[in-house]
Design a protein around this ligand. Structure first.
Ligand code: ADP
Ligand code: MG
Length: 361
């Protein structure tokens, strides 16, 4: 009979990484979430070879103190929760303290940061080659905020590397993740480069028109021409966003963005409520398009359900379902054919002008 061993930290981290780091896109998700949690107003993403060679994410957020840099790469190290009770009202995107540890156990990571008002006015860098225990700290020049570079993904776990797809496929998954995050925060400047080429440079969108431009860029001008803006509020719960009209139904469920308190999620209750609401207006086999934001008291949502935080659990799922269904059904049934015509006329010119400026691909 084999004896029981305690796994060493490095191996334990590599195993845990399997839950969070499936591919480059999952790293991008975690890193952008960290930048957003740090209050960044600008996030710049650079990708090389579909993210397998290099991912570099730079933000202008709060930064990390020199004395916390090493800790940031450790598992179960987080600044976002302190005690069990905090899990009941998570306002940040992260809270598990696993992402940086997982990422740095399967790649070469450089984490560079500077906090505002650092006494020596310098930044610090920590580098780890798959093993946090050997990481070293050096002073560097850095603006306020954080840069993280992730190189040579899975260099030390060849079995996992084999599951990576072609560069183009990996990049399209990254693109989709960035789209999701860029739609969740119109106020944040997001730029993306792939192999030195600018893919987008999304300026902060504050006015309604600017938001529509960002939507048009990320979801296509046809979507915004065929969508209505909704905003419905009841005590303790609010739904807002854009719902595509029946004229813009899809053969695939590929344009469905749903956020709960700013977090992109997949949820059966949500999907069901939306499908029911569209039932009267959509042909069988067609899928609606939408970008919707549900806001409710964080203490009524459990976000600690899945390692990648893609799922949530509603405390009162019936109430959420009925509110969603009611709000969407009513909005869709009030649309008149002339609404649709007016919209497509006024927006298409603007979109054409704008797209040529911002989307470079
Ligand atoms: P979590 O986000 O769940 O706390 P992570 O492993 O993603 O765990 O990050 C660990 C910690 O490192 C965070 O709690 C945060 O304090 C710090 N951190 C990571 N990325 C950034 C960033 N871009 N800006 C500021 N702090 C960061
Ligand atoms: Mg995180």
């Amino acid at each position: 009979m084999n004896r029981i061993n305690l796994l060493d930290q490095k191996l334990a981290n590599q195993i845990a990484a399997g839950e969070v780091v499936e591919r480059p896109a999952s790293i991008v998700k975690e890193l952008i979430e960290n930048s957003l949690d740090a209050g960044a107003s600008k996030i710049m993403i650079e990708v090389e070879q579909g993210g397998t060679k290099l991912l570099r994410i730079r933000d202008d957020g709060s930064g990390i103190l020199k004395q916390d840099l090493t800790l940031a790469l450790h598992r179960h190290a987080t600044s976002k929760i302190v005690k069990l009770g905090d899990l009941e009202k998570i306002a940040s995107l992260g809270f598990r303290g696993e992402a940086l540890a997982s990422i740095s156990s399967v790649s070469r990571v450089s984490l560079m940061s500077k906090v505002m008002g650092d006494e020596n006015d310098t930044g610090w860098k920590i580098q780890s080659d798959g093993n946090v225990a050997n990481a070293s700290l050096t002073p560097i020049a850095h603006a306020k905020g954080t840069t993280i570079e992730v190189r040579d993904l899975f260099f030390n776990t060849p079995a996992r590397r084999k599951f990576l797809k072609k560069e183009k496929t990996e990049f399209s998954k990254i693109d989709e993740i960035i789209k999701r995050l860029a739609l969740s925060r119109f106020d944040v400047h997001v730029s993306l480069r792939h192999n030195q080429k600018v893919i987008y440079n999304l300026l902060p969108a504050r006015s309604e028109l600017e938001k529509q431009r960002r939507l048009s860029l990320l979801c296509g001008s046809k979507f915004i021409e065929n969508a209505i803006h909704i905003e419905i509020e009841r005590p303790g719960i609010k739904l807002w966003g854009w719902v595509g009209l029946a004229t813009f139904s899809r053969s695939q469920a590929d344009l469905q963005y749903f956020y709960v308190n700013g977090r992109t999620i997949r949820d059966k209750i949500v999907t069901h409520a939306v499908r029911q609401a569209y039932r009267d207006v959509l042909f069988h086999g067609r899928h609606p398009a939408y970008v919707l934001f549900l806001e409710l008291d964080p203490s009524t949502v459990d976000v600690n359900v899945h390692p990648t935080k893609h799922e949530v659990r509603f405390r009162e799922s019936r109430v959420v379902h009925d509110f969603l269904f009611g709000a969407l059904h009513k909005s869709l049934s009030q649309v008149t054919p002339s609404d649709q015509l007016e919209r497509s006329g006024s927006l298409s010119e603007l979109n054409t002008a704008f797209e040529s400026k911002q989307r470079v691909s």
